[in-house]
Design a protein around this ligand. Structure first.
Ligand code: MN
Ligand code: MN
Length: 450
């Protein structure tokens, strides 16, 4: 096994191509900071690529509650042969506003949050944050909110303690306990309403919310407002070889999959691209990979294409399918190399990473792909000259993690994890290599066409 930088294997033209590809990716990251925004951005790109929700053509898609989207491209072979499926997730770790978030203390207006997914809480303080989300009125009216992305809009921030006074309260504690979840409160305002003694700042804020956005305090109860980093995707490194941005886990898979599926014309096997929600909290809920929406979509496909699909045929279609569980992997960290097993780790700039199994404590909770299937994937990627590597998520018993692979494996299909290596995963500023992002796209396209 040779391990060398993928950059050495790329021509000048290829490097220009992958730099160009990353421009579209960065734009997508800026437009898709929540699962709802990701679904809307995916829908926009699909629409211009000739996909529709009415199944008139051989390519169609369906959306589940604005948070999950499944895309179909009809192949030339019989559907009984099964699909080529790639699944990616569009949710990312973040802070959600609580349902009764607003309060006033020491003359400041504050918003309470409840974190979503596996964050390191200390990374979310003292950094500019934006609000993205929706409030739904009892009559069904929706107020869509994005505040903090444009230069003329305010941003928000969570206050950290000054180092001069943090010795006992933070510095002597474990890192995981230095910032308490209940202390992740957003600084939201500070001007008191004239003529009010009690909660004057809160009242002033409520006035602004009402006048500018039509929001009442009770509207937060039926709202999903997500707190995300306010900065945009940027090139990283003096050679601009990397991308730094929020939410690359797993919108890097989502974007590369979106580009791949929208460019696949008349494939041999019918293709499905699944963009799911709620992966970061264990795929629970009706917009996750465990939701029956996937089966409902298959039923809809049979009905719209006027196929006579029995239960038995659908079971066979899924059993005969093969799939990629697209998700990022933790790249070799230059300053914390000890958590990786170097011979079985993935590295930035060496192409996408194939991960045979995930899980923790002796592969518990893993989908472990069969050797025969891994060989098939190697063949597909090698035939197209895709740069790939193999890697586990860290050393044995160092921690671990899972993906949605096991939920699709339940249907009996072959599935394997693969995706882009990432540094600073789950942080507000995740890092990827432009080369790896491009190879992920090329690999997905090769798989869908195979
Ligand atoms: Mn992920
Ligand atoms: Mn994740």
């Amino acid at each position: 096994m040779k391990h060398e930088s993928g950059w050495k294997k790329k021509s000048k033209t290829e490097i220009a191509d992958l730099f160009e590809f990353s421009e579209g990716y960065k734009k997508f990251l800026d437009e898709a900071k929540t699962e709802r925004e990701a679904v809307r951005a995916i829908q926009d790109i699909l629409s211009v690529s000739g996909f529709s929700q009415d199944w008139v053509a051989d390519k169609a898609y369906s959306i589940n509650r604005g948070k999950e989207i499944i895309v179909f491209v009809k192949g030339t072979q019989s559907l009984a042969d099964g699909f080529n499926i790639i699944v990616a997730h569009v949710d990312a770790p973040r802070l959600d506003l609580k349902q009764n978030p607003l309060y006033e203390d020491v003359g400041l207006g504050l918003l309470k949050t409840h974190y979503y997914g596996g964050i390191k809480k200390y990374q979310w303080v003292a950094t500019p944050l934006a609000l993205h989300g929706v409030l739904v009125k009892p009559d069904g009216r929706e107020i869509n909110l994005v505040i903090g992305e444009n230069e003329d809009e305010p941003v928000f921030s969570i206050d950290d303690l000054l180092p001069h006074l943090s010795r006992k309260t933070q510095d002597e504690k474990k890192l995981s306990e230095a910032i308490d979840g209940e202390k992740l409160t957003l600084l939201f305002g500070s001007i008191p309403l004239n003529g009010e003694d009690k909660d004057a700042v809160k009242k002033y804020i409520l006035n602004i919310l009402h006048e500018k956005y039509g929001i009442e305090e009770e509207d937060f109860v039926s709202a999903e407002i997500e707190v995300v980093p306010a900065f945009k995707a940027r090139d990283v490194g003096i050679d601009k070889s990397m991308i730094g941005a929020y939410g690359q886990d797993d919108r890097v898979s989502a974007y590369t999959l979106l580009k791949a599926i929208s460019e696949v014309l008349e494939p041999k096997r019918s293709c499905l691209a699944i963009f799911v929600d709620k992966e970061e909290i264990g795929s629970e809920g009706n917009t996750s990979m465990r939701s029956h929406f996937f089966r409902v979509f298959i039923d809809e496909m049979c009905e719209k294409l006027k196929l006579n699909c029995s239960e038995a045929l659908i079971r066979k279609m899924l059993f005969q399918s093969r799939a990629l569980s697209a998700d990022v992997n933790g790249a070799m960290n230059p300053t914390f190399q000890d958590v990786h097993e170097k011979q079985n780790a993935c590295y930035l700039g060496r192409g996408l990473c194939i991960t045979k199994f995930t899980g923790h404590g002796g592969k518990v909770g893993a989908n472990d792909a069969h050797a025969e299937y891994v060989a098939e994937i190697r063949r597909i990627f090698n035939n197209k000259g895709i740069l790939w590597q193999t890697g586990e998520l860290g050393k044995i018993d160092e921690g671990g993690g899972g993906t949605v692979a096991k939920f699709l494996a339940e249907y009996g299909m072959d599935i394997i994890d693969c995706g882009t290596p990432i540094l600073s995963m789950h942080s507000p500023f995740e890092i990827s290599s432009k080369l790896d992002v491009y190879e992920t796209y090329r690999a997905f396209k090769a798989f869908l066409r195979s």
